[in-house]
Design a protein. Structure first.
Lengths: 175, 317
C-alpha cells in the first residue's frame, strides 16, 4: 500500500540522498558502527513522521542533523556510555557541522586515496572499517599490541586526510 | 594549524578510548574554540566516510562473518544526482528497533506472518535451477534439491528440507576462490499486507551443514531486495542489483559443524513506498573452493523460511 503523501515521499528521498553524509555525521558524534545503524533507522522514521515540518527550499541536511543529534543523545542516555561526549558538546558540534557537500566531496576523494595507501595500512583500515573490528580484535588477528593498532590506524587516517585535502585542492584549482 | 593535542584526543574519541580526564579536556576545548570544532569535523568526518568508502572499495569481498543484521537502503537518486561514480551507492545502515524513545515511541506488537510458497520445502513445485523465476511466488536460483533427512541432518520442520548443491544456474560455476549458491523468491509488494506504519519486513530461515563440510569458512545468508518493475524483470534483477534495488538488507550467519543444531538467519527491511517487487534470497557460502573437480557444496541445507511484517507502531509525544 503506497499511501505516503508526495511531500513525505520527497522528504524520504532527501534522507536517502543524504544518508552517507548523515551517517558520517552520526559516526563523528558517536563512533560505534552498530549504534549508528540504530540511530539512522530511528532518525529515518522520525524524519518521516515529522516530514510536514520540513519546508522545501531550506537545508534538509541541517534539519535532519538536528533530529539525528537527538537520536544520538537518546542512545547515549540509554547506553550510559562513560566515553560519550556531553549533550552540550554534541549541540555545539551540530551547530558547527559542515554542509552535506563537505562529506560528499570527501567520500569521492577518499575512495581514490584508499587505493593509494600502503598495503599494510590498507589491511588495518579494511579490518577496522570493512570488517568492523575494534583495535583489540585487530591486534589479536595480527599478533600486534592494541596500542600499535591504534597508532597505525591513526597514521592511516592522517595519511588519508592529507590525500583527501590534496585531491580537493587540485579539484578546486582545476575548476 | 592543527593542534596535535586535540588531534590525539579526537583520535581517542573515534576509537572509543577516551579516559575520563581526556574526555573532559576534549569537551572543554570543543566548547571554547571554533577552530577546535572545525578540526573535529575535519578529522571525525573521515571516520564515518571511511566506513562507507571501505564498503565500496571492498564491495566484492565478504565482510567479517557476523550474526548482526545489516540493513541497507540505497538509492539510485544518490547515484544520479550526487555521486557520478559507477560503484557509488548510498548505504544507510539501520538496525533493530530498541528501547523507548523521546521523539518517537515504538511499540512492537505481534508480527503478521506472510504465507510463502513452499516455505518449508514440503510440497509444491521444486525450486528451479535456472535463476530467478519470471513469476511471483516461485523459488528459483542455483542447483539444489529438496531432500528428506540425510547425512545425519534432520529437517528443522516437517519431513523435507532444501539442499544447496552448486552455484551453477545458467552455465558453469564462476572461477572464484569461493562459491555462493542462491535461491530466490519474488513477491508482489502490492499483495503484501503493508500499512503506512508497518512496512518493515523480517525474513528468517534456518541453516545447517554437515560436520565434514571441508571449507574453513562456511556460512549462510538471507537477503531482502526491493525494486520497481514487474515479475517479467525477475531474471534480470540480480544483475547490477546494487544499481537497481531501491533498498536491500542482508545478513550472513556463521554456522557450527554440529548437524544437530540449526542456525537462524534473519534480516529486516523497510519497504520503500514506491517498490513493486520484493526479492527474497537465501544462500550458502563456502570459501576456499577452487578445484572444479570437487563438489562445491557437500552438505549445506536450508529450511523453515519465514516472512513477517513487523508492526512498528510509533507516535509523537
Amino acid at each position: 500500500m503506497n499511501s505516503l503523501d508526495p511531500h513525505t515521499l520527497r522528504v524520504q528521498q532527501h534522507f536517502i540522498r543524504h544518508q552517507t553524509a548523515l551517517k558520517a555525521f552520526v559516526l563523528a558524534l558517536a563512533p560505534g558502527f552498530a549504534e549508528a545503524e540504530d540511530v539512522l533507522q530511528e532518525a529515518f522514521l522520525t524524519v518521516t513522521e515529522k516530514a510536514a515540518k520540513f519546508e522545501e527550499g531550506t537545508s534538509f541536511f541541517s534539519w535532519a542533523c538536528a533530529i539525528v543529534r537527538f537520536k544520538v543523545m537518546e542512545h547515549q542516555r540509554r547506553a550510559r556510555k562513560t566515553t560519550a561526549l556531553s549533550e552540550e558538546v554534541l549541540a555545539a558540534l551540530e551547530a558547527a557541522a559542515p554542509p552535506a557537500i563537505f562529506f560528499e566531496q570527501r567520500l569521492c576523494a577518499l575512495e581514490n586515496c584508499l587505493a593509494k595507501l600502503p598495503e599494510r595500512a590498507q589491511q588495518i583500515v579494511r579490518l577496522r572499517y570493512h570488517g568492523e573490528h575494534g583495535a583489540e580484535a585487530i591486534a589479536r588477528q595480527l599478533a600486534w599490541t592494541p596500542n600499535s593498532v591504534s597508532v597505525a590506524l591513526s597514521r592511516a587516517r592522517e595519511t588519508l586526510r592529507e590525500c583527501v585535502q590534496r585531491a580537493l585542492q587540485e579539484q578546486e584549482a582545476q575548476a | 594549524m592543527k593542534d596535535e593535542r586535540l588531534n590525539k584526543l579526537i583520535e581517542a574519541h573515534l576509537e572509543g578510548a577516551l579516559h575520563e580526564d581526556e574526555r573532559t579536556e576534549l569537551e572543554s576545548t570543543l566548547l571554547e574554540s571554533e577552530s577546535a570544532r572545525q578540526q573535529f569535523w575535519e578529522q571525525a568526518s573521515l571516520h564515518g566516510l571511511l566506513h562507507e568508502a571501505a564498503k565500496l572499495r571492498w564491495a566484492d569481498a565478504p565482510a567479517a562473518p557476523s550474526a548482526a543484521p545489516v540493513w541497507q537502503l540505497m538509492s539510485c537518486l544518490w547515484q544520479q544526482f550526487v555521486r557520478p561514480l559507477p560503484l557509488a551507492f548510498a548505504a544507510l545502515v539501520v538496525g533493530v528497533f530498541s528501547g523507548s524513545l523521546v521523539y518517537a515511541h515504538f511499540t512492537t506488537t505481534t508480527a503478521t506472518a506472510v504465507p510463502l510458497t513452499n516455505a518449508g520445502f514440503e510440497s509444491g513445485p521444486e525450486p528451479t535451477s535456472s535463476g530467478i523465476a519470471a513469476a511471483f511466488d516461485r523459488w528459483g536460483g542455483d542447483l539444489c534439491r529438496v531432500v528428506p533427512a540425510e547425512q545425519g541432518i534432520t529437517p528443522h520442520e516437517g519431513a523435507r528440507m532444501l539442499r544447496f548443491l552448486s552455484a551453477v544456474s545458467q552455465g558453469a560455476p564462476e572461477a572464484k576462490d569461493f562459491t555462493v549458491a542462491d535461491q530466490w523468491l519474488l513477491l508482489d509488494v502490492r499483495e503484501l499486507p503493508l500499512q503506512e506504519n508497518a512496512r518493515t519486513i523480517a525474513l528468517s530461515a534456518r541453516f545447517n551443514r554437515t560436520a565434514d563440510s571441508t571449507a574453513a569458512n562456511n556460512r549462510f545468508g538471507v537477503g531482502l531486495y526491493a525494486f520497481r518493475g514487474t515479475a517479467a524483470d525477475g531474471p534480470l534483477l540480480w544483475h547490477s542489483v546494487k544499481a537497481r534495488a531501491l533498498a536491500f538488507a542482508e545478513t550472513e550467519v556463521p554456522t557450527d559443524s554440529d548437524p544437530a543444531t540449526w542456525e537462524r538467519g534473519e534480516t529486516r527491511l523497510t519497504i520503500p513506498a514506491d517498490a513493486d517487487l520484493l526479492l527474497l534470497r537465501i544462500h550458502a557460502f563456502k570459501q576456499n573452493w577452487q578445484d572444479s573437480a570437487t563438489p562445491e557444496l557437500i552438505g549445506h541445507y536450508a529450511d523453515d523460511v519465514r516472512l513477517e511484517i513487523t508492526p512498528a507502531k510509533h507516535s509523537l509525544p
